[in-house]
Design a protein around this ligand. Structure first.
Ligand code: ZN
Length: 908
């Protein structure tokens, strides 16, 4: 799947659409998907045990969704017929839902009371060949896990879609839920007549049942892991397309394309752009993977209240509908969407055709898809600058994650499903992709793709682990990759790369690259092999005006392996104004600027003409800020000074976001008010200087809107924008910007409920409802905080999107005093949150409500700060808490310590 997107505005539900609970099994009250029973958390060893004895021949899954439009019906009937070869007399299937009605094994009925425990259905007296039929009641979901149901407030229409990875197909049907038990699935879905009903394969029969419903049967899938199956149903708007490509036998592969979204969003759907990128991607992968697209048709559905960016269900990819641009969208947003389309498409091969055997090797598909998203953007689409955003934004995610105490090797040790769920992180995606980029620099693009081609041929429709891929790449490259894999894939931590330059007058006497790298998990030094480039940059006058530009004069490519590597070619060259290690971003590592280069960047970063080099320097500056080496104030000043000339909108969005983080987290409290005013004032100025209608104008307007949430003084200007009394030529006052402005006005107490209700009148959409909730939750009022807190902690009171909206209002950084009383209740509630909410929602609550906005106290060690100390106590007292919960608390704790250290270091 694609990682969660930074889309600003997601879609949303009607407020408070909780799922009624109370369906009971004969064993007692079912507490919904919100209680993790011990048997729900399947372990790696249990999965291995099953696959050692079982071979699933095929499933027939019948879902009766005919009552989906009735909000009073919390469940639907799900019937699984599975054919199973077995060498063991007993095993279990997985199902998480309100009730199992019947279990029949080879014609013999079992007592569901006796064989179902809420997560597993035990079956026994198995023979070589078996047929198991299970009839169950499954629940419609409001958390985005399983079969999600959404009612569009615009027209009252009901929309359904499924989301399973890593293990939620068992919330929809009884199944053996592990990736290595691949099987053919035949889905049969009964739903209201006239709906679009989709699955991984095309429909082969539709029967009108004469009662306003119709039953659609789909062709059986090729062998597939259960987490990759999908069903989508509802009155979706559909746009058709078509792609064809040559087959090796001289024939033609025909692939029908579809793009779908909610009917009420149809006017905003730029299907042509989506279909263009889709066709470009299919051309590229078809040629370079040399394995014809294996899944028949290719539908892409933009769905409401989605928990992630997208999911690679073969033939039926689902995306967040924030990719339907209801408001103005920057080039970066379009590029990001194209990148996600290509990421999911790469999965049709990496992940779907060849699947990691267990979640330890999740990277085998995610790192590749992430790499391919950028690579194919450059090679096949108009977004040829994809590596710039990758270097700056994607890698920032990796560096952040890799410095947490919870970091892990790219090839992880995933013992169970809860651990798997936490591993869709910056290591698996971004660091893995960055390391693959380094591998490509190491073995060459041709060998890399040749290895991929033989890997697909050899393992089609099967599952793999790390050695399978290494064998393919070693064969194609002729290089032994064992040591490379051990150092890059099986260790943790971020290398630091520093240039050390000795001058002899105005010439370089020596230039060396120093590598510092400690694996935080083992404490050992891990010096990795890097193929990298060192760029030397100098200032020169521009011909056409009085200004200077910073240009590369030399590019020196070399292998860096040890602690210190001499760049011998540099000796004798003129001393440059700036030395950039890892120029062109071939390898993975934090780059430290030497003092001369930092001085040059401070003065002339905007004059650095190469966008990739610029984004690398920005990345170095941000890492230095996070590491308490560069004061937050300095970073904010650089953004305001040089951001005006940043023409890559993805990088610019990152800069203004980082600047806000620097002010709120890394600046010492005594500087904060001043920095807030400078950031808001600077954003206002840049907004007015920017070219009308440009991306930069939009980004600075959004920056202003967010900065205003901590700067009451600019409230009158926001009102002027909203009311049209202070218009900015070319700036689209669309829903996204309007809501961002209203949320900030609400946060500083400069908007009334009537104001917000008035805006909702203008925007009576699902997204409008979510944004309105975020704004209402942003009032600086103790009663509002109390209500939000109670609602958030009450299971099933909010949909996934509305949880996020409420958290965003609750945690407004300007409200530190109002939220301080919730620090102790937060730590006291943690275990309850984890136990009572679904893992998706629990994760959002634990992460989102962590009291992260704190001020360093003079003379006090950051670790002794009361909140940090409280977290330490909680961790010590809760050694037995679920690993996923402990991981999130550890990460919140580490982020806080980092911010306090930066604040302390920035004190004069
Ligand atoms: Zn993915």
């Amino acid at each position: 799947m694609a990682c969660p997107v930074d889309a600003g505005a997601g879609a949303a539900s009607v407020h408070g659409g909780g799922e009624p609970v109370g369906a009971t099994t004969r064993r007692g009250v079912w507490l919904s998907a919100t209680v993790t029973t011990t048997t729900e958390n399947l372990s790696r060893s249990e999965a291995a045990e099953r696959s050692a004895h079982l071979d699933v021949r095929g499933y027939r899954v019948e879902l009766d969704l005919s009552g989906a439009t009735d909000p009073g019906r919390p469940t639907f009937t799900s019937t699984t017929t599975v054919r199973l070869a077995s060498t063991t007399p007993s095993t279990f299937l997985d199902f998480v839902g309100p009730a199992v009605r019947s279990v029949v094994v080879n014609g013999r009925a079992l007592d569901p009371d006796a064989c179902y425990d809420g997560a597993r259905i035990s079956v026994d007296r198995l023979v070589d060949d078996n047929e198991v039929i299970i009839v169950a009641e499954a629940a419609y979901s409001r958390t985005g896990e399983g079969l999600h149901r959404f009612v569009d407030p615009v027209d009252g229409q009901t929309y359904l879609y499924t989301q399973y990875e890593p293990a939620d197909s068992r919330r929809v049907f009884a199944v053996l839920e592990q990736p290595d038990l691949k099987a053919a699935f035949t889905f049969v879905v009964t739903a209201p007549s006239g709906w679009q009903v989709l699955s991984n394969q095309p429909a082969v029969a539709v029967e009108d049942r004469g009662d306003g419903t119709a039953t659609t049967e789909f062709a059986p899938t090729p062998p597939l892991s259960s987490y990759l199956t999908a069903v989508v149903a509802g009155p979706y708007h559909r746009v058709d397309g078509h792609w064809s490509g040559p087959l090796p036998d001289g024939g033609t592969l025909e692939v029908p394309l579809g793009v779908l979204c909610r009917a009420s969003l149809a006017e905003h759907l730029d299907a042509e752009n989506l279909l263009t990128v889709t066709a470009q991607g299919l051309d590229f992968f078809h040629e370079h993977f040399a394995y014809p697209y294996p899944w028949g048709k290719y539908d892409q559905v933009l769905v409401p209240e989605y928990n992630l960016g997208a999911m690679e269900n073969p033939g039926c990819v689902t995306f967040t509908e924030s990719y339907v641009f209801r408001s103005a969208a920057t080039r970066a947003q379009h590029a990001g969407r194209a990148n996600t389309i290509l990421h999911e498409m790469a999965h049709m091969w990496f992940g779907d055709l060849v699947t990691p055997r267990w979640w330890d090797d999740l990277w085998l598909k995610e790192s590749f898809a992430d790499y391919m998203g950028a690579h194919a953007s450059v090679a096949a689409t108009e977004y040829t600058d994809a590596w710039v955003a990758f270097a700056n934004r994607r890698k920032a995610w990796a560096y952040t994650q890799d410095q947490l105490p919870t970091t892990h090797p790219i090839v992880a040790d995933i013992t169970d499903l809860e651990a798997a769920k936490q591993n869709f992180d910056g290591i698996t995606y971004a660091k893995g992709a960055a390391v693959l980029k380094q591998l490509v620099a190491y073995v060459g693009t041709d060998a890399f793709f040749a290895g991929a081609r033989s890997y697909f041929r050899e393992h089609a429709f099967a599952t793999t682990a790390l050695p399978d891929l290494l064998r393919a790449l070693e064969a194609s490259s002729g290089r032994d990759l064992g040591e490379w894999a051990r150092l890059w894939l099986q260790t943790s931590g971020t290398p630091e790369l520093t240039a050390e330059l000795q001058a002899d007058g105005d010439r370089i006497a020596s230039l060396r690259v120093r590598q510092d790298a400690t694996d935080p998990l083992t404490g050992r030094t891990v010096l990795r092999p890097h193929r990298l480039a060192v760029g030397l940059y100098d200032l020169r006058d521009r011909r056409d005006d009085e200004t200077v530009e910073l240009v590369r004069t030399h590019r020196l490519e070399l292998d860096v392996t040890g602690a210190v590597t001499d760049v011998s070619e540099a000796a004798g060259l003129p001393v440059p104004a700036l030395v950039l290690v890892n120029d062109d971003d071939l390898t993975y590592g934090k780059v430290r600027l030497d003092p001369r280069s930092l001085a040059t960047a401070t003065e002339h970063l905007g004059a650095l003409s190469d966008p990739l080099a610029r984004s690398l320097v920005w990345s170095a500056l941000w890492n230095a800020t996070r590491d308490a080496l560069l004061p937050a104030e300095h970073f904010v000043e650089l953004v305001l000074r040089h951001g005006a000339t940043e023409d890559d909108s993805a990088v610019l969005v990152g800069l203004v976001t980082d600047a806000r983080t620097a002010v709120e987290r890394y600046a010492p409290p005594e500087q904060r008010e001043d920095l807030r005013a400078r950031l808001a004032g600077g954003s206002w100025a840049r907004l007015h200087e920017a070219e009308p209608g440009s991306d930069a104008q939009l980004v600075w307007a959004r920056s202003l809107a967010r900065a205003a949430a901590t700067t009451p003084a600019v409230a009158p200007r926001l009102r002027g924008l909203l009311q049209g009394t202070e218009p900015v030529a070319g700036l689209p006052m669309d829903p996204e910007l309007r809501w961002a402005l209203w949320q900030s006005l609400a946060a500083v107490g400069a908007a009334s409920l009537e104001d917000l209700d008035g805006e909702l009148e203008r925007d009576r959409t699902a997204d409008g409802a979510t944004q309105h909730l975020a704004a209402v939750s942003s009032f600086p009022d103790a009663d509002v905080k109390a209500t939000s807190w109670e609602t958030l902690l009450t299971p099933r009171s909010l949909s996934n999107d509305h949880v996020d909206a409420t958290i965003s209002g609750f945690t407004q950084p300007w409200h530190r005093e109002l939220t301080a009383p919730y620090t102790e209740p937060y730590f006291e509630a943690l275990r309850q949150i984890w136990a009572r909410h679904s893992i998706e929602i629990a994760g959002r609550l634990v992460r989102g409500l962590y009291p992260s906005h704190q001020d360093v106290e003079p003379g006090l060690d950051p670790a002794d700060h009361p909140v940090a100390a409280r977290a330490s106590t909680w961790l010590a007292d809760n050694a037995d808490a679920p690993a996923g919960l402990r991981r999130l608390v550890l990460e919140g704790h580490d982020h806080l310590l980092r911010s306090l250290r930066a604040q302390a270091a920035a004190r004069p």
